[in-house]
Design a protein around this ligand. Structure first.
Ligand code: 5AD
Ligand code: SF4
Length: 433
């Protein structure tokens, strides 16, 4: 039996896809190993969203290709977004990659591996599909607490900074009944939480079913206690969806609401389709509808032409909304994107560093403030395992915040009630009651 080693980079969708690849290869009698030295096939499932993701993979390819010296038959493949994005570069003889397969090509992998074995030549498959949702391939997953489920793939928004519409193609959603089937299987395996996944998850649409319907339908599966979703776009939060999140007990009271920038001119250049005021109105409306909601966000600093004064609008939105946490990035120009073709990357690295430092400082202050509100509150915590701190266990509350408590040997996947006694920017610390 040939052994496959897979390394995964980037987002949760890639983690999910790696499990899909495993299911496909298992059916073709491949086995898996956690050590590249013992593998006949090495796959890197890659990300293109920022330049440092590319650099990491290039370095890794350089290291891993040295294994070909001992094992001439070793096949190395690049999967995922970088494959889709950089086919030519990757297939260059010097790189040492034998297979390049984009995100819609995974059912072809057994055939490609056979081709490479027989012919000794490189093979690639990068056609993006308007239909492939892998709905007939459930990922291979052992037990666990949270399971990710891709319910839609691709993106039609074309934010000007983002490469995803090019690497992952057009939006397509899975039949909700098929999603429910997967959720039922997960519940049987003991999973207690699911996270519905998509590049643009709340634009989910299958025939007459919308995203709110999908949450309702999956919430009816016995055994599943919590439902989360990521990553949404602010444009797709109709009242119906907010009401479902507010009223359905299994729908977690946590929303990721990617802001990207606070200034309306920059937002327009980014093609985000909302202004600063519209974003603020939505955030306020969400907080009024679901008072305990945990709001998190994504922000990019130093988008082309963003001035210091315009950056101040981003800080201003942070002050007004007070997110619970944020992922913050320096703008990274991506080939193929509209921004790379139309707007020179003209904010200096120094300026980007200065902006992100100030942004991170402000967000840390807000994260701490938001967490301080939880002092003396009691949360139902879904236990995930041991904490890094010795003698402590950890889990998450409904708002997805990490909660640490003394080790009471609580089972993984069980719920415990924890009263918060201490907080940091990232963690709630308490005692079980
Ligand atoms: N540069 C910097 N950050 C980016 N993101 C997406 N594309 C880029 C880019 N070119 C960020 C966005 C997105 C998150 C997943 O990654 O904030 O929401
Ligand atoms: Fe990276 Fe985006 Fe591709 Fe995920 S979808 S791997 S974040 S580029």
């Amino acid at each position: 039996m040939k052994k496959v080693y897979i390394e995964t980079y980037g987002c949760q969708m890639n983690e999910y896809d790696t499990e899909i690849v495993k299911t496909i290869l298992k059916k073709h009698s491949y086995d898996f190993t956690s050590e590249p030295e013992n593998a006949n096939v090495i796959f890197l499932n890659t990300c293109s969203v920022r330049e440092n993701a590319h650099q990491k993979v290039h370095q890794r390819i350089n290291t891993l290709k040295l294994l070909k010296r001992q094992n001439k038959q070793l096949v190395m493949g690049v999967l995922g977004c970088m494959a889709q994005n950089l086919r030519k570069e990757l297939l260059d003889e010097k790189v040492g990659v034998d297979i390049v397969a984009g995100p819609d090509a995974y059912k072809k992998l057994p055939e490609m591996l056979a081709n490479v074995d027989e012919s000794g030549e490189k093979d690639f498959y990068l056609t993006l599909s308007e239909f492939e949702t892998y709905s007939d391939v459930f990922p291979s997953r052992e037990g666990g607490v949270n399971a990710w489920i891709a319910v839609m793939r691709g993106c039609d928004n074309f934010c000007t900074f983002c490469v995803v519409p090019y690497t992952r193609g057009r939006e397509r959603s899975r039949d909700p009944l098929n999603v429910v089937q997967e959720v039922e299987q997960l519940a049987e395996k003991g999973f207690r939480q699911i996270t519905l996944l998509g590049q643009n998850v709340n634009s989910y649409k299958y025939e007459d079913y919308d995203f709110a319907d999908l949450i309702e339908m999956t919430s009816r599966v016995n055994g599943i206690e919590r439902i989360r979703f990521t990553s949404p776009h602010p444009k797709d939060f109709p009242e119906k969806l907010l009401q479902v999140i507010a009223q359905n007990d299994k729908a977690c009271k946590q929303i990721h609401l990617p802001l990207q920038a606070g200034n309306s001119r920059v937002l327009d250049m980014m093609n985000r389709t909302y202004t600063k005021d519209e974003f603020l109105t939505l955030a306020k409306h969400i907080r009024n509808t679901i008072p305990d909601i945990v709001l998190t966000t994504d922000i990019i600093v130093g988008f082309p032409t963003e001035t210091e004064q315009e950056f101040q609008d981003t800080l201003d939105v942070l002050e007004e909304v007070k997110f619970d946490s944020a992922f913050m990035f320096k703008y990274s120009e991506r080939k193929q994107t509209i921004a790379s073709r139309k707007f020179p990357d003209d904010v200096t690295e120094e300026e980007k560093t200065s902006r992100i430092t100030r942004l991170v400082d402000l967000q840390r202050k807000h994260s701490l403030e938001r967490n301080q509100r939880h002092l003396e509150q009691t949360f139902k915590v879904l236990v995930e395992g041991n904490s890094k701190k010795p003698g402590q266990q950890m889990g998450r509350n409904d708002g997805n915040k990490i909660v640490v408590f003394p080790d009471i040997k609580a089972d993984v996947g069980s719920f415990v009630n924890v009263k918060v006694k201490e907080v940091t920017t990232n963690t709630l610390i308490g005692t079980t009651i």
